[in-house]
Design a protein. Structure first.
Length: 237
């Protein structure tokens, strides 16, 4: 059984739509025989691991709607000016040493709303298969937009229906040389992957839950297959 650390997403109410749909991802991964530890956004700054030894207890890290400052700025740094490890650098080195990483899109992913996610020109960006923009990268698509599979033989989309449901937006990024774009919205990557050092990483530029990911996406029969295929690829299985 692999260990997955899900970092980000937030709710204070179990009946809240966002938390219920985030649990859909957790349930999907647990049904795929993965153990999921969920560190919600409010707990990340204080509780995200600060050593490689602890981070290596996890096989895959999923970052979803959590900005770079949340990982960079430990509360003690603010209140007492006490230095703490650079956790973006730690995640980069974790991937380089064989870990798996996914960044999932959202208003606080990649560059995000108003550029506030701020992963542009960071240590963590080095491990991603894409480059971020230094400004607001959101591509809101209220009319809905469906991706195209551009690498139909890739194991991540094995047994996944070619006709994907619509999404309501995504983060615009630029694929790096050496990355493989498996899914695209026109010329923009939806899913880009690559090998980094001894590890692998993926950029999934739309959301695992609303608002960009509507119920038709969460209820789609390919949702479970896709996420578990992606984890399997990151684990090199």
């Amino acid at each position: 059984m692999s260990e997955i650390l899900l970092v980000g997403e937030q709710s204070t109410d179990i009946a809240n739509t966002n938390i219920k749909n985030t649990f859909a991802l957790v349930k999907t991964l647990e049904e795929g025989n993965h153990k999921v530890t969920w560190l919600q956004s409010c707990d990340v700054a204080s509780n995200f691991p600060e050593s490689m030894a602890v981070l290596k207890q996890y096989d895959v890290i999923i970052l979803s709607d959590v900005g770079s400052d949340t990982l960079l700025l430990h509360p003690e740094m603010h209140s007492k000016s006490i230095p703490h490890p650079n956790r973006l650098k730690l995640i980069r080195d974790y991937v380089k040493q064989g870990g798996g990483l996914i960044m999932v899109g959202g208003w606080m992913s990649f560059s995000g709303v108003g550029g506030k996610a701020k992963y542009f020109d960071t240590f963590l960006e080095e491990a991603l298969p894409v480059n971020c923009y230094p400004y607001d990268d959101r591509q809101e698509r209220p009319e809905g937009v469906s991706p195209e599979i551009t690498e139909k033989d890739h194991p991540i989309v094995k047994n996944v229906d070619l006709a994907w449901p619509y999404f309501l937006g995504y983060n615009k990024v630029v694929s790096k040389k050496g990355a493989t774009d498996i899914l695209k919205f026109g010329k923009d990557p939806l899913l880009s992957v690559w090998e980094y050092g001894d590890g692998r990483s993926a950029a999934f530029t739309t959301d695992c839950a609303p608002h960009w990911g509507p119920p038709v996406w969460l209820e789609w029969n390919g949702y479970h297959i896709f996420w578990n295929n992606l984890i399997k690829w990151l684990l090199k299985k």
